[in-house]
Design a protein around this ligand. Structure first.
Ligand code: G1P
Length: 306
């Protein structure tokens, strides 16, 4: 066991600790118009909590110390959300609403920084805006459209995998075949260990005929800083977007990454249907709404069956 411990210690000394997270939040959110005309899509609530808060909480629960949100025009509500609202706090305090005060103060997160993406030039370009903040360290990327409630946060699972593989790790999940053209898809090389695969190719949104598998990239990545050099020299695609998946594909040829297969629950809240499902299922779990929602759904399903 001493040797096991010693080897682990040696490895830990070699791989740098992952301390930083990048959360891109610059997209227009056109799928949710008109709600997103004047409001950040990341502020769309699941019951009572903006979706981006779940993502920030996942990063913090995984041990991340500093977060940078890549924002853009019309996104100031995100900054306000994680800042102190002094007037509101005073008001709640004065009126003895201590429970609400605690809920409110949980959203005061000083370790969040902001940078703007000036042009909507894709996910890869958004990540590149965070390069000065990340520096020469490994970091994680969390996309706000994917909410993955799991006992061990998915970001933490990627961090644990990185400690063993010492290379970048991309979170993936099996999806129905007919959806492959909406995701980055993995061409698996070999199984490395339980849930972990080496990868021949990362392919952004292939047609069903060209898809080598149904193992899709979901919105969590652990990347090493070499990705920035790739992104800097990468040409935008035909839609004038710099794709992160293409940069990962190029990086994989020099510094191999692995794919981690997640098997837990995922909500795609970047989609109307996914957001509705998340609201229903989270509502069924919240103590204040659980019973009423349950009874309502039973009654509604009887109604629908008629
Ligand atoms: C992005 C990535 C894609 C990934 C997906 C996960 O696509 O480009 O590779 O599978 O996130 O949600 P988007 O959803 O921004 O079109």
């Amino acid at each position: 066991q001493n040797i096991v411990q010693l080897n682990r210690q040696r490895r830990m000394n070699r791989v740098k600790k992952v301390k930083k997270a990048v959360i891109p939040a610059a997209g227009f959110g056109t799928r949710f118009l008109p709600a997103t005309k004047a409001m950040a899509k990341e502020m769309m609530p699941i019951v009572d909590t903006p979706s981006i808060q779940y993502v920030v909480e996942e990063a913090i629960a995984s041990g991340i110390e500093e977060i940078i949100i890549v924002s853009g025009k019309g996104k100031s509500s995100i900054e306000d959300h994680f800042d102190v609202n002094f007037t509101l706090e005073e008001n709640l305090r004065k009126n003895g609403k201590n429970e609400m005060l605690t809920i409110l103060q949980k959203t005061n997160i000083p370790s969040i920084h902001y940078v703007r993406q000036p042009y909507p030039k894709g996910l890869g370009d958004a990540i590149l805006q965070a390069a000065p903040f990340v520096g020469d360290e490994p970091f994680v990327v969390l996309l706000g459209d994917d909410i993955m409630p799991n006992d061990i946060p998915l970001t933490k699972l990627l961090m644990d995998t990185y400690e063993k593989t010492e290379g970048g790790v991309v979170a993936t999940m099996r999806i129905p075949n007919n959806l492959v053209n909406r995701y980055g898809i993995i061409d698996i090389q070999d199984q490395v260990s339980e849930h972990v695969y080496s990868v021949d190719h990362f392919i952004e949104k292939p047609n069903l005929e060209d898809a080598p598998s149904n193992l899709a990239i979901i919105g969590r990545y652990l990347l090493t800083p070499e990705i920035f050099d790739v992104l800097r020299s990468q040409k935008p695609d035909s839609g004038n977007e710099v794709q992160l998946t293409d940069a990962i594909e190029a990086l994989n040829q020099i510094h191999p990454l692995t794919a981690f297969e997640y098997t837990g629950k995922r909500y795609d809240v970047g989609d109307k249907y996914g957001l509705l499902i998340a609201n229903i299922e989270f509502g069924l779990k919240k103590p204040e709404t659980a019973k009423k929602m349950h009874d309502y759904i039973i009654a509604l399903s009887k109604e629908l069956k008629k």
